[in-house]
Design a protein around this ligand. Structure first.
Ligand SMILES: [Fe+2]
Length: 302
C-alpha cells in the first residue's frame, strides 16, 4: 500500500479566473499568483500553492494531489499501482514544474476521480501574508485540509482508497435523507499517515462538479467568523450554516466556490492518535448547526 503523508493540493478548473482570484483573495483570505499554465496559484502557507486553478471550459474540481515524504515512498507507491494494474501517467518536466514538485504520477480511482501522487515540493518559502489578514491556515505536516469526493461505484472506490492508496478508515456515516426507511447515502472518512481526522472522504453519490467539498482550517473562531462576514459581503452563496461536526469536531460553515464545489471553512479539527482510535459509525453528522438546507434554498432563489 502507498504511504500518503497528506493532501498536498487540489486542482480546480474555471471559466472565470478573475472571479476565482477575487474569491481566493477577498473571501478565503489567500494569496494568489499567476501559474505557468496561464492559471492561478492560490497560496495558504509557505508552499507556492495549495489550490491550482486552471483556465478551461468547465467550472469543476479536477485533481486531488497527494504527497509522500520522499523518493523511496514514491517509488514504492509506483510498484503498488503497477501491481494493482492501475494506469499511471508520469508527469513530464512541464507538469512537475507546474505542480512545483520533483515527480508526479497521475491516475484515476474506479469512480474516475483523478489523483496525483507527488514528492519533493519546491518553494521560495516567502512569508504568507493574507490579503484580508487571516493569521494563518493550519497545514504543515497534516496537509492542506481534506477533500470529499463523489463516487459512481462506492464499494470499489473504498476498496481502492484503502487497499491501493493505503488510507485507513476513520469512521462511517450512513446518511438517510428520507428517514430510516429511505435510501442510504454512505459517507466514509479516511486518514492517511498524519493525525488529521480525515484527509479524504468518499460519498456514495455522484456530484457534477467532481467534489463534494474541500476543507481548509484556520486557527481560531474569530477567523471563521470573519470569513463568514467576507462571504456575505461578496455575496457568495452559503451552503451550510455554522456548526460542529461529530467526528472531527470541526467548527465550520460551507460556501460555494467559483468551480461549483464547496469549501468548508473551519477551525478546531481533531488531531487523532490512531493507536487509540476506535472505528465507529455516527448517526448525526453534526453536534450542532450545519443546516445544509440553506444551500438548497439559496440555489432555488438564484
Ligand atoms: Fe468536511
Amino acid at each position: 500500500m502507498m504511504n500518503i503523508s497528506g493532501l498536498a493540493y487540489v486542482v480546480a478548473e474555471t471559466t472565470d479566473l478573475a472571479k476565482w482570484k477575487g474569491y481566493a483573495e477577498g473571501v478565503l483570505g489567500m494569496m494568489t499568483a499567476p501559474a505557468p499554465d496561464g492559471g492561478l496559484y492560490v497560496r495558504m502557507d509557505e508552499r507556492q500553492f495549495r489550490f491550482a486553478v486552471q483556465p478551461g471550459a468547465r467550472d469543476a474540481y479536477v485533481v486531488s494531489g497527494w504527497e509522500v515524504t520522499g523518493r523511496a515512498d514514491f517509488d514504492a507507491a509506483l510498484v503498488v499501482l503497477k501491481d494493482a494494474g492501475v494506469a499511471v501517467e508520469m508527469g513530464d518536466p512541464a507538469h512537475c514544474r507546474l505542480r512545483c514538485v520533483q515527480q508526479v504520477a497521475a491516475f484515476s480511482d474506479p469512480s474516475g476521480n483523478r489523483h496525483e501522487l507527488v514528492w519533493g515540493f519546491r518553494s521560495d518559502f516567502a512569508h504568507f501574508a493574507s490579503p484580508t489578514g487571516v493569521s494563518r491556515f493550519v497545514t504543515g505536516n497534516i496537509g492542506m485540509g481534506h477533500t470529499v469526493l463523489p463516487t459512481t461505484d462506492f464499494a470499489k472506490t473504498v476498496e481502492f482508497a484503502t487497499q491501493v492508496m493505503g488510507f485507513g478508515l476513520s469512521d462511517i456515516y450512513n446518511f438517510q435523507p428520507a428517514g430510516p426507511d429511505g435510501p442510504t447515502l454512505p459517507i466514509h472518512f479516511f486518514h492517511c499517515n498524519n493525525g488529521r481526522h480525515h484527509s479524504l472522504a468518499l460519498a456514495g453519490f455522484p456530484v457534477e462538479s467532481g467534489c463534494v467539498h474541500v476543507m481548509v482550517e484556520v486557527e481560531n473562531m474569530p477567523e471563521v467568523g470573519r470569513a463568514l462576514d467576507r462571504m456575505a459581503a461578496h455575496q457568495v452563496p452559503q451552503t451550510a450554516t455554522l456548526g460542529q461536526h461529530t467526528n472531527d469536531k470541526m467548527i465550520s460553515f460551507y460556501m460555494r466556490t467559483p468551480s461549483n464545489f464547496d469549501i468548508e471553512y473551519g477551525y478546531g479539527g481533531a488531531v487523532v492518535d490512531w493507536q487509540e482510535h476506535i472505528v465507529h459509525e455516527f448517526t448525526r453528522v453534526s453536534l450542532w448547526g450545519h443546516d445544509f438546507s440553506i444551500g438548497q434554498r439559496s440555489a432555488a432563489a438564484a
